[in-house]
Ligand binder design. Structure first.
Ligand code: TRP
Length: 362
C-alpha cells in the first residue's frame, strides 16, 4: 500500500481568492464550522483532468479537505453517456481521474471517492425523485438545453433529459449540503433543492430529511491555449498528466495577437491575458507585473517563461501522479473503499425514504 503524502495546498492562493470572492460568507462558514457541512461534487468520467479543472476546482477541494470538511467526490459514469453511446473508455477515464485526484492531494482517508453506477440505492432514489418533477421542468433546464444544442443530435435521450434528477440523487443520497461547481450547475442545484423540498413535504411532513444544497460557485479562470473555452474535446488544454515536453509544445502553439508589446488587457487581448493569468497562477505574481516584466520581449519570451512556470508548478503533482500510476491495485482499492462507504450511506437513506413512503412491506 502506498503512503499518501500529506500534501496540503497553499491556503489562500489566488485561484481560491476568486472563488471566495463569489461567496465570502459561505467560505467563511466552511472554514469556521467545517462539521456543519457535507460537500458533494464530482465530474463526468470523460477523460483525465486539465489545469482548468485544477485551478477552477481541484485546488479548492484540497483546501476544504484540509479544513476537515466531509467531502464526497462522485465519478459520474452514467452522466458520461448522456451525449455519447460509447462506454469502452469509461474504465480508463475513471482510473485517470482518480490518479489526478491523488496527485493533487485528495486523500481517500478524508475524502470519499465513489462512482455512482456502483451504488444501487443511489440510483433507485431517482425513481421517487422523478415522480416529483414535471416534464415541463425538465425541458426548461438551460444547461441541458445548451448541451443538446452543442451535441447537435436530433434524437435526445431520456437520460439526457433526466440526468439533473440523477444528479440530485448523487447529492442527496449522502445529504450533501454544499455543491462546488461552475455556474452551469446552478439549474441542476435548483432542481435538487426543489426535489428535496417536495420529498420533505410529501413524505416527511416538511421535516428536513433532505437538505436543500447550496452551490459553492467556482471561478471560471482559464481559457484553452487557443483562446476558446478549455475543453476535453478541443485539444486546447494542458493536462495534469502531460509531460513537460508536451506542455512546452502546446504552449508554443498558443494563440496570441499582432501586438508584440505584452500588456495585460483581458477585454481587448483575451488570449495574451489568459497566458498571463496562467503564469500568475503558477508564479504568484500579478498578471500586470508579469506583463511589465515581459514588455517588448514579446509573445515568444512570454511563452518560454510561462512553460517554465507551468512545468515547475506541476512538477511535484506530476511526479506523484507517475508514482500512483504504478500502483494500479491501490488506485482501484481507493474506489472500492469509497464505494463501500457510499453504499452504506445510500442504503440507509433509501431505507428511511421507503419507510416514510409506506413502501416497506414486511
Ligand atoms: N454535472 C457535473 C459535470 O458535468 C458532474 C456531476 C455529476 C456533478 N453529479 C454531480 C457535479 C453532483 C456536482 C454534483 O461536471
Amino acid at each position: 500500500m502506498m503512503n499518501i503524502a500529506d500534501f496540503s495546498a497553499d491556503s489562500k492562493s489566488d485561484s481560491l481568492k476568486e472563488c471566495i470572492a463569489k461567496n465570502p460568507i459561505l467560505w467563511d462558514e466552511l472554514e469556521k464550522h467545517p462539521s456543519k457541512f457535507r460537500v458533494l461534487t464530482g465530474e463526468r468520467t470523460t477523460g483525465a483532468l486539465h489545469i482548468g479543472h485544477y485551478f477552477g476546482s481541484l485546488k479548492s477541494r484540497v483546501i476544504l479537505q484540509s479544513w476537515g470538511v466531509d467531502m464526497f467526490l462522485v465519478l459520474a459514469d452514467y452522466q458520461a453517456i448522456t451525449d455519447r453511446n460509447s462506454t469502452e473508455k469509461l474504465k480508463e477515464s475513471i482510473f485517470e481521474i482518480i490518479l489526478d485526484y491523488l496527485a493533487v492531494g485528495i486523500q481517500p482517508q478524508k475524502t470519499t471517492i465513489f462512482c455512482h453506477s456502483m451504488i444501487p440505492s443511489l440510483n433507485q432514489l431517482m425513481l421517487p425523485f422523478l415522480s416529483v418533477v414535471s416534464m415541463a421542468e425538465l425541458q426548461r433546464n438551460p444547461t441541458v438545453k445548451e448541451e443538446i444544442t452543442l451535441s447537435g443530435t436530433k434524437s435526445v435521450s431520456g437520460l439526457m433529459m433526466t440526468y439533473p434528477v440523477h444528479q440530485a440523487a448523487d447529492i442527496l443520497f449522502c445529504k450533501g449540503n454544499i455543491v462546488p461547481g461552475g455556474k452551469d450547475q446552478l439549474p441542476h442545484i435548483e432542481n435538487t433543492r426543489q426535489i428535496a423540498r417536495r420529498i420533505n413535504n410529501l413524505y416527511f411532513r416538511g421535516e428536513k430529511f433532505f437538505p436543500e444544497p447550496e452551490l459553492l460557485l467556482s471561478a471560471p479562470l482559464l481559457l484553452g491555449i487557443d483562446g476558446r473555452k478549455m475543453g476535453k474535446s478541443l485539444h486546447n488544454a494542458i493536462y495534469l498528466k502531460m509531460s513537460e515536453d508536451e506542455t512546452a509544445q502546446l504552449i508554443k502553439k498558443a494563440k496570441t495577437d499582432a501586438d508584440v508589446h505584452i500588456t495585460y488587457d483581458p477585454i481587448n487581448r483575451p488570449e495574451v491575458a489568459n497566458l498571463l493569468r496562467l503564469y500568475s497562477l503558477c508564479s504568484g505574481d500579478a498578471p500586470e507585473t508579469i506583463a511589465d516584466h515581459i514588455g517588448r520581449k514579446g509573445a515568444s519570451a512570454l511563452k518560454k517563461e510561462l512553460t517554465v512556470a507551468v512545468n515547475e508548478y506541476f512538477r511535484p503533482i506530476r511526479e506523484r501522479r507517475t508514482q500512483y500510476q504504478k500502483e494500479k491495485a491501490f488506485v482501484w482499492d481507493v474506489l472500492k473503499e469509497g464505494n463501500i462507504k457510499a453504499n452504506a450511506i445510500a442504503d440507509k437513506t433509501l431505507d428511511d425514504l421507503r419507510k416514510a413512503m409506506h413502501m416497506q412491506y414486511y
